[in-house]
Design a protein. Structure first.
Length: 225
C-alpha cells in the first residue's frame, strides 16, 4: 500500500470513528439541553476548559520531543506556534481566552483558578501519558483537532447566550486556524506505519474521545443535577 493510500485509510478510520461521532452528538445534545445558563453555571464550563487549554502547548512540546521524524516535528511545531500566538505572546490562545472571558464579565481568577473536576484531572493525565510516546501522542493530537471546533463552538454558544456578546475573539481565532491544525495533524499520519502501529494510534484517539466525553458529562452533572 502506498504512503498516501495508507494515510487516507487511517484518517478515514479516525474521522468516521463511532466514539468521535458519539462525542460530537453529545456536544450537540448538551448545547440544546443547557439552554441559557446563568453566569455561575457558565463559569463551570469556562473554568474546567481552562485546564486542557493551558496544558495543550505542553502536550505538543512533549510530543515533538519524542518524535524522531523531522517532518512530523515540523507539522506539530506549526500547531504549537499558532497555539502560542505566532511569535506574539499576546495572541496565544490562553491569553485570548482570558481576554475574551474578561470582556464577557468574568474575572480571570474565577476561571484560571477553578479547581479541576475529577474527569478534568483524568483528561490532563491522559494527555500527559500520551505525550510520552509518539504513537499515543499522534492519536491524541489527531483526535483533538478533529473535534476541537465542535467543542469550542459549544462553549462559545453558551457564552453568547449568557453575555449577549456575539463577537468572541477566542472562538474567532479557532475558526481561522483550525483548518490548518487539522491539515497539520493529518500530515503527521502520512509516514508508513505498520498495521499494529495504526491500530495503536486509533486506540489512543478513541481513549482521548472517551476522556472528553467523561469531561463534558462531569460538567453536565455539575450544572444540571
Amino acid at each position: 500500500m502506498s504512503t498516501t493510500a495508507f494515510a487516507t485509510n487511517i484518517t478515514h478510520s479516525l474521522s468516521t470513528n463511532n466514539r468521535r461521532n458519539e462525542l460530537v452528538t453529545f456536544l450537540k445534545d448538551l448545547k440544546a439541553e443547557c439552554g441559557t445558563l446563568p453566569p455561575e453555571k457558565v463559569l463551570i464550563f469556562l473554568g474546567q476548559w481552562f485546564h486542557p487549554l493551558h496544558y495543550f502547548p505542553t502536550f505538543l512540546s512533549r510530543l515533538i520531543s519524542v518524535t524522531p521524524e523531522i517532518e512530523t516535528q515540523t507539522y506539530v511545531s506549526r500547531i504549537l506556534w499558532e497555539e502560542l500566538g505566532e511569535g506574539d505572546p499576546n495572541r496565544a490562545h490562553e491569553k485570548v481566552y482570558i481576554e475574551t472571558i474578561s470582556d464577557g464579565g468574568f474575572a480571570k481568577q474565577q476561571v484560571a483558578g477553578t479547581p479541576p473536576l475529577d474527569a478534568t484531572r483524568k483528561l490532563i493525565e491522559g494527555y500527559k501519558q500520551a505525550s510520552t510516546n509518539r504513537l499515543s501522542g499522534l492519536g491524541f493530537l489527531y483526535g483533538t483537532e478533529v473535534v476541537d471546533l465542535p467543542m469550542v463552538a459549544t462553549i462559545g454558544e453558551l457564552m453568547r447566550r449568557c453575555t449577549g456578546k456575539r463577537n468572541l475573539p477566542w472562538v474567532n481565532i479557532h475558526v481561522a486556524q483550525e483548518p490548518g491544525h487539522v491539515d497539520s495533524a493529518t500530515a503527521t499520519l502520512k509516514p508508513s506505519f505498520t498495521g499494529e502501529e495504526q491500530r495503536e494510534i486509533v486506540e489512543h484517539a478513541e481513549q482521548m474521545w472517551t476522556l472528553w466525553i467523561d469531561f463534558f458529562r462531569n460538567i453536565r452533572s455539575e450544572i444540571l443535577n
